[in-house]
Design a binder for this molecule. Sequence first.
Ligand code: HMG
Ligand code: MG
Length: 299
Amino acid sequence: MNWPEKVTIKEVGPRDGLQNEKVIIPAQSKIEWIDQLSDTGLSYIEVTSFVHPKWIPQLSDAALVAKGIKRKPGITYAALVPNQRGLESALEANIDDISVFMSSSETHNLKNINKSISDTFPILKDVIRTAANSGKTVRGYVSTVFGCPYEGEVATDQVFRVCDQLFEYGIDEVSLGDTIGVASPRQVALFLEQAVKRYDMSQIALHFHDTRGMALANILESLNYGIDTFDSSLGGLGGCPYAPGASGNVATDDLVHMLHKMGIHTGINPEKLMKAAAMVQSFLEKPLPSHQMAVNNAQ
Ligand code: HMG
Ligand code: MG
């Protein structure tokens, strides 16, 4: 066992979670919820996404939400940005960390952002440069790392090619997405054995969706390779609208529970987290899928 003492959890529920929920939560309720998340001990919250509202109507209130939340010192507030147009809005809302995104598989990239991989690179290059010149940190999401809903397995070299390019453009961290939740601990181990030889593990985060109930097992395996940053979504909200069958991210509450039981610090207060989960559950008017919420709802 070579586990880290502390893990950073990046909460993506207000973005990855809500982008795939049928119910559109009013901006004021999102603001209330994010303010409550800011009080849980989380150090990083992805609050929204500056994409085309036709593509993701659930987040069409991005500017209202980003400007309406109370910014707590010490917390990084992030947002997803696909292009210069999105970046302008994110800068105007004073987002701290800009997240660009693309896929390692051609078909998912096309369905998700309407461009080929090679046409996406110059767009993201400009966004990354402008964001960095504006004093922002930049995160690069790479999707379909462990499998694509349209193309099946994706070659590790292809994933590395996309990551290398984004690092060359100046991203500070890459978040590797198991977009459709197909990874297994063995696949994660085989992938990370290659990745540790190529990258500084402090610049790698993992982003597991829990479609097949494998996310916590995959995180456990990743910890052995020195990964100490994971994305998750409170209550297990979410999915990807351009990846059929993709269900929510690993639940923040389940991840915090596992890590604390293992003696790994997160800085997050579980009671406050459950209060925030209960709040978003009441907005959605349906039970959230996490194990912790199932226990909570039964009490
Ligand atoms: P497009 O239609 O190719 O864009 O969409 P375009 O550049 O041709 O412009 C068309 C129109 O859109 C223009 O308006 C632009 O101004 C406007 P018009 O002149 O026709 O009136 N436009 C915008 N409006 C608002 N905000 C913008 C913006 N950009 C252009 N930012 C685009 C290309 C990328 C915009 C579109 O495909 C899009 O918004 N896609 C977003 C898809 C998305 O959000 N997917 C989910 C997130 S990714 C994910 O979930 C995976 C992740 O979680 C990791 C994992 O799990 O693996 C991150
Ligand atoms: Mg995702």
